[in-house]
Design a protein around this ligand. Structure first.
Ligand SMILES: [Zn+2]
Length: 170
């Protein structure tokens, strides 16, 4: 079996969203809900040791703070969301719910350089990682939703297309 990468599923999904006329507004809404759900489930993962180990690299400050290389930066950002999804305890949900963020990342990466956001994003990640590690599911969901509302607002300003225009097939 080849490597399972939800980015590929995201590419296929984006084509279907495009054909159905689904908008960027709908994509952002789905994304914020999906990541909140994953964070909530991750915090409710019954194995505290597994939770803490998975979140440890993001609680500790440092190595993922400054990336001059855009590809490295995007990978570091996606790495956190992938780690949260991995704790959610359901591979079907993890794979499908991760696709929204992958589509957004793909669209924003080609439009603009998201590194400006970097410090805010990694502070958010640290707080979410702490909540997930501690098993605080409601807090994890709220922090994740707020985190992505901020990212979505940033993306909206920079999208060439209006929010009510269909998701493009890139
Ligand atoms: Zn993030």
């Amino acid at each position: 079996m080849g490597e399972v990468d939800s980015a590929h599923l995201g590419r296929v999904s984006a084509l279907f969203y495009n054909m159905s006329g689904a908008t960027y507004g709908e994509l952002f809404e789905a994304w914020i809900w999906a990541e909140g759900e994953l964070a909530d489930r991750a915090a409710r993962n019954p194995d505290a040791a597994v939770r803490q180990k998975a979140m440890e690299p993001f609680v500790e400050d440092g190595e993922h703070q400054h990336h001059d290389d855009l590809a490295v930066y995007l990978e570091a950002h996606a790495g956190f969301h992938h780690a949260v999804a991995g704790l959610a305890g359901n591979r079907v949900l993890a794979l499908s719910l991760e696709t929204y963020g992958q589509i957004v990342a793909h669209h924003v990466a080609v439009l603009d350089d998201p590194r400006e956001l970097s410090n805010v994003l990694f502070d958010d990640h640290r707080n979410i990682a702490k909540a997930v590690g501690a098993g605080h599911s409601r807090q994890a969901r709220e922090l994740m939703e707020n985190h992505l509302r901020g990212v979505a607002a940033y993306c909206r300003e920079r999208l060439n297309s209006a929010l009510d225009s269909p998701v493009e097939w890139l």
